[in-house]
Design a protein around this ligand. Structure first.
Ligand code: PMP
Length: 352
C-alpha cells in the first residue's frame, strides 16, 4: 500500500519555495487517491492531478519542455522576438501560448473547429493567434498538423525566428515527462506502483512516464487507454492500425498513425484497453459528484482503464493514471444535456 494520504495537507508545514514565474509553477501536481474506484476494486487507484497545472492541463509540461529545448538549441532566445507555431486539439496551444507570453514570444495556434468552444475561447483570451481549420484526416494536406507545419515553414522562409513545436514527433515532449511526471509518480507512491494506464494524444505522457517507471522497476505494467475511433488499441494489440466507432473525447486517440512519441515507447507498452463513451462518462460524472473532482473526457478514459486493469490484477495493487484536464473545458459538451441526448449518451441526474 502507498503511504497514507495526509488528511489535511493544506495545514501541513510549508518550507520556503517560491515558483519562478509560469515555468516554475509547472509540475509537482498532487497524486490523488480516487476513493470510489479504489473501494470498488480493492486496489489503490491514484490520479495525477494535471488539471491543477497553471495552464490547466497535462500539456503544460510538453509545452514547457518543447520551448526549453528550442531555447537550449538556440532556436528561440528569451526576451527576443520569436514565434511558436503548433497544431493542437487546444491544450498544447494553451500551454505553449502561456509559456510564450512569459518568455516574450508570440504563438500561432491551429485547431480543428470541432474542438470545444471553451478551449477556443480560452486560446483567444490568452492572446494566441488562433487559426481554426476544418477537421480533416491526417492524410489530407488540410489537416491541422500539416497546416501548422506550413505556416511555420513560410515564416521561417521570411527569415523570422520561428519554431514548429511538432508535439507529435518532437521527443522533447516525452523527455520532459520522463524527467518530471514519471519521477514525481515514483516519489509520491514511494515506488509502490504496479500499473500505469494512460491515453495517448502524442504519446508524450505515456512514453515518458513508462520509461521513468520501467527504469526504476521493469515489472510496472503499462497499459494504453484508447477511445473508440482510434487505431492505437489495434496497433498495440496486433501491430496494425485499424479502428471502428467514434468518441466525443478530445485530444486523445489517433486514427491514422502512431505518433513518434508513442512509437518511441512501443516496447514499454504491455497491453491496451478500449473504452466506450458511456463508460468514460460514468467515471467523469462519478468523480465530479461523489469526489468533487472535475475532469474532462480523457481523464474518464484513463480512470475507466485503471479500474479494468485493477480488476485484472486483483485486490491490493496500486494503479496510477492521469487526470489530464478539468471539466470546465468541456461544459458545452460533456456537461450539456442536449449534446449528450443527441448522441444517446447518459445525462447526469443533476443536469437532466
Ligand atoms: N488529454 C487531453 C485533454 C489532451 O489535450 C491531451 C493532449 N492532446 C492528452 C490527454 C494526451 O496527452 P499526450 O499528448 O501526452 O499523449
Amino acid at each position: 500500500m502507498p503511504p497514507t494520504p495526509a488528511a489535511t495537507p493544506a495545514t501541513a508545514p510549508l518550507t520556503p519555495s517560491i515558483a519562478d514565474g509560469f515555468a516554475g509553477a509547472v509540475g509537482r501536481t498532487p497524486l490523488i487517491r480516487l476513493r470510489r474506484a479504489s473501494e470498488a476494486t480493492g486496489c489503490e487507484i491514484l490520479g495525477k492531478a494535471e488539471f491543477m497545472q497553471p495552464g490547466g492541463s497535462v500539456k503544460d509540461r510538453a509545452a514547457l519542455g518543447i520551448i526549453e529545448d528550442a531555447e537550449a538549441r538556440g532556436l528561440l532566445v528569451p526576451g527576443e522576438p520569436g514565434i511558436v507555431v503548433e497544431g493542437t486539439a487546444g491544450n498544447t496551444g494553451i500551454g505553449l501560448t502561456l509559456v510564450a507570453n512569459a518568455r516574450g514570444y508570440r504563438s500561432i495556434i491551429v485547431v480543428p473547429e470541432t474542438q470545444s468552444r471553451e478551449k477556443l475561447d480560452f486560446l483567444r483570451m490568452i492572446g494566441a493567434d488562433l487559426r481554426l481549420v476544418p477537421a480533416r484526416p491526417y492524410r489530407d494536406p488540410g489537416n491541422y498538423v500539416h497546416v501548422s507545419r506550413r505556416i511555420a515553414e513560410e515564416l521561417q522562409a521570411e527569415g523570422r525566428r520561428v519554431i514548429w513545436a511538432n508535439q507529435f514527433d518532437n521527443l522533447a515532449n516525452r523527455a520532459y515527462h520522463e524527467v518530471t511526471t514519471g519521477p514525481e509518480i515514483w516519489a509520491q507512491t514511494g515506488g509502490r506502483v504496479d500499473a500505469f494506464t494512460c491515453s495517448c494524444g502524442t504519446g508524450g505522457t505515456l512514453a515518458g512516464v513508462a520509461a521513468a517507471l520501467k527504469t526504476r522497476n521493469p515489472q510496472v505494467r503499462v497499459v494504453l487507454a484508447d477511445p473508440m475511433g482510434s487505431a492505437l488499441y489495434s496497433w498495440v494489440k496486433t501491430g496494425e492500425l485499424a479502428f471502428s466507432g467514434s468518441s466525443i473525447t478530445e485530444g486523445i486517440g489517433q486514427a491514422a498513425r502512431a505518433p513518434g512519441n508513442l512509437e518511441s515507447a512501443r516496447a514499454l507498452i504491455d497491453d491496451a484497453v478500449q473504452i466506450e463513451d458511456p463508460e468514460m462518462l460514468e467515471q467523469v460524472f462519478d468523480l465530479l459528484i461523489h469526489e468533487g473532482i472535475s475532469v474532462g473526457g480523457s481523464s474518464g478514459i484513463n480512470v475507466a482503464a485503471a479500474i479494468r486493469v485493477a480488476r485484472a490484477l486483483g485486490p491490493g495493487h496500486t494503479v496510477v493514471t492521469v487526470l489530464c484536464d478539468g471539466g470546465a473545458r468541456y461544459q458545452s459538451k460533456l456537461f450539456n444535456p442536449e449534446f449528450l441526448r443527441e448522441r444517446n449518451l447518459p445525462v447526469p441526474p443533476w443536469l437532466a
